[in-house]
Design a protein around this ligand. Structure first.
Ligand SMILES: NC(=O)c1ccc[n+]([C@@H]2O[C@H](COP(=O)([O-])OP(=O)(O)OC[C@H]3O[C@@H](n4cnc5c(N)ncnc54)[C@H](OP(=O)(O)O)[C@@H]3O)[C@@H](O)[C@H]2O)c1
Length: 238
């Protein structure tokens, strides 16, 4: 397939690497322009392009940038892309660690609903709840015992089916996470978030998620990470 990836950091780079290795035609972009991606793209067999060209490059376009950066994307980015293009949002809202406050999300809008509103296109939420290291190292052939499962949430069944196939292609058991209204079940602060679960355990975790506790659990998680970062930088300056 032709796949455009916007974002070439930890997640975008790994997705590009895996997808190119499987024979997909990958076009990849970042904020600094294609020249800055020449070496990475050559190494992984992708084409470095501008953000605008990445949005028009594929049957699938993956958004792999910080959530707050979505608001900085060019206006009408997808205006000339065919309606059939599948947009995958892999992002997570991290207000204290990275994104700052996004009022609409704080008021209760789901992360991916906000992204869809910003870009003016429906999105499918996937790959947001696996750490980059697991995505890089833990894909396995279908049928492998302990194969990690990943949820896919979105409103269009056809579009979601394409992403479920992509998840499988990349070495993970695809699990239908329901429509986009249910995508909070795989956001940060839920039991399904970044725990490398098998399919049955993932389905249980999605079902057991408690929407009323997400903000609280996410804040606890962010505070924990901040403490870890502070401890590490303290140790380094000793
Ligand atoms: N890291 C993980 O384990 C993980 C796991 C699951 C989901 N996620 C989510 O995936 C998303 C990406 O995370 P990451 O860890 O890959 O981030 P990252 O390593 O910091 O990389 C971010 C990428 O986004 C690009 N970017 C930023 N602003 C942009 C803009 N306005 N236009 C185009 N490109 C832009 C950056 O390009 P420049 O370098 O040129 O600025 C960079 O290539 C986040 O929402 C994150 O929460 C991360």
């Amino acid at each position: 397939m032709r796949i455009g990836i916007i974002g070439a950091g930890s997640m975008g780079g790994i997705l590009a690497r895996h997808l190119a290795k499987r024979g997909h035609h990958v076009a990849i972009a970042n904020s600094r322009g294609p020249e800055s991606l020449t070496a990475l793209a050559a190494e992984i067999g992708a084409t470095p392009v501008s953000v605008v060209n990445a949005a028009q490059a594929g049957e699938i376009v993956i958004l792999a940038i910080p959530t707050n950066a979505v608001a900085d994307l060019p206006k009408a980015l997808f205006a000339n892309a065919p309606g059939s293009v599948v947009v995958i949002d892999i992002g997570n809202y991290h207000p204290e660690l990275r994104d700052g406050r996004i009022a609409a999300i704080d008021r209760g809008m789901l992360d991916s609903q906000w992204v869809a509103q910003q870009i003016g296109r429906p999105v499918i939420k996937a790959f947001n709840n696996i750490f980059a290291k697991s995505l890089l190292e833990k894909g396995a052939p279908k049928g492998t015992k302990g194969r990690i499962a990943l949820p896919v949430a979105g409103d269009s069944l056809d579009t979601k089916a394409a992403v479920l196939r992509l998840v499988d292609d990349l070495g993970f058991d695809p699990v239908d996470g329901g429509d986009l209204d249910n995508s909070w079940r795989q956001q940060p602060g839920t039991p399904a978030y970044c725990r490398d679960l098998e399919a049955a355990a993932l389905r249980r975790a999605l079902a057991e998620a408690d929407r009323s506790r997400i903000a609280e659990c996410r804040a606890e998680q962010e505070a924990r990470i901040k403490r870890q970062i502070a401890a590490l930088s303290g140790a380094e300056s000793l």
